[in-house]
Design a protein around this ligand. Structure first.
Ligand code: NAP
Length: 286
């Protein structure tokens, strides 16, 4: 697509933004849908978020993504917030509306769409979440909403896992969530087998040799492991899941679909799974 007087701009607000795959992804999405759109990294310095968000609106940007460290701070500078993003407490997508931005969270719908595409079922499932950070909290919410039977949240700092479990149990009648200290996974043994979602930073580049739990006993309980990390593509956690005979997936498809959903919100166009798969194959080669 040639840049001309009708080209619309989107961008990624964050710090750092130099490593992002989003320009590649949105360039491909624009190409597939014939949208006259460019997507650029927007490095925003500490203390400049308010000006950046207002400036992007004033400059007639079509939309923005927001990444670390601004996903929560940006809530203060929006005209409207989608209820899901409000519940999660984090916004990663800004959509232009009359007089300002409306904030959405496409990470969780993105993870859900990615899991469906990978053939991973949530409904009626027993799930272990490793981690209790911002993303783990949102994942727990999404799992409860999508009908997971029970959810165990395991974290190094047990209080954070307890806080999330308490919140989930207040919101959902069946009280599906329980918290455990990371090292107490043996308590799960009597419960059968699990889908495990790896939502800690452990194993991320450059510490690729590590997994948050190393013990094969834990992995013998896991039929499917879903790591939210996408760099490296094959994490130590995934290796350990496979070694115990389970299926393992990484976070690249989640990254793809959070972008696909943002693009759909900005342009009003639907991206079907075939188009998404083609872009996914290209992202795998990066
Ligand atoms: P966060 O809020 O900083 O939380 C980090 C979590 O990792 C906490 O539970 C923390 O435990 C745990 N942790 C960190 N170092 C640890 C260690 N050495 N041992 C045990 N636990 C440790 O991070 P976040 O924003 O939730 O992100 C979590 C992950 O999601 C990251 O790996 C990120 O790459 C991934 N992610 C993927 C996508 C995607 O599109 N695929 C999108 C967003 C995020 P404590 O609470 O004890 O500190």
């Amino acid at each position: 697509m040639e840049i001309n007087g009708m080209t619309r701009t989107c961008g990624l607000i964050g710090n750092p933004v130099g490593h992002t795959m989003s320009p590649f992804l949105h360039d491909r999405l624009a190409g597939k849908t014939n949208e006259n759109l460019v997507y650029v990294p927007l490095l925003v310095q500490t203390g400049q978020l308010k000006e950046a968000v207002a400036g992007a609106y004033a400059l007639n940007f079509l939309g923005c993504n927001v990444t670390i460290p601004y996903k929560t701070d940006v809530l203060s500078f929006l005209k409207e917030i989608d209820p899901l993003a409000e519940r999660i407490g984090a916004v990663n997508t800004l959509v232009r509306i009359e007089g300002g931005w409306k904030g959405y969270n496409t990470d969780m719908p993105g993870l859900y769409r990615a899991m469906r595409r990978d053939g991973v079922v949530i409904e009626g499932e027993q799930v272990v979440i490793l981690g209790a950070g911002g993303v783990a909290r949102a994942v727990a919410m999404m799992l409860a909403e999508k009908g997971a039977k029970r959810i165990w949240i395991l974290n190094r700092t047990t209080e954070k896992a307890q806080a999330i479990a308490g919140e989930i149990n207040r919101l959902f009648d069946q009280r599906p969530a329980e918290a455990l200290a990371l090292q107490d996974y043996a308590a799960l043994k009597k419960e059968g087998s699990f889908l495990a979602i790896q939502a800690t930073n452990v194993g991320m580049y450059p510490d690729t040799e590590k997994a948050v739990i190393e013990d094969a006993d834990f992995y013998s309980m896991i039929h499917t492991g879903y790591d939210l990390i996408f760099n490296p593509r094959r994490t130590r956690f995934m290796e350990l899941v496979n070694l115990s005979g389970g299926r393992a997936f990484d976070g690249l498809r989640m990254l793809l679909y959070q972008g696909v959903i943002a693009f759909e919100l900005w342009t009003g166009k639907d991206i079907d799974d075939r188009a998404a798969d083609e872009i996914y194959e290209q992202m795998c080669l990066l």
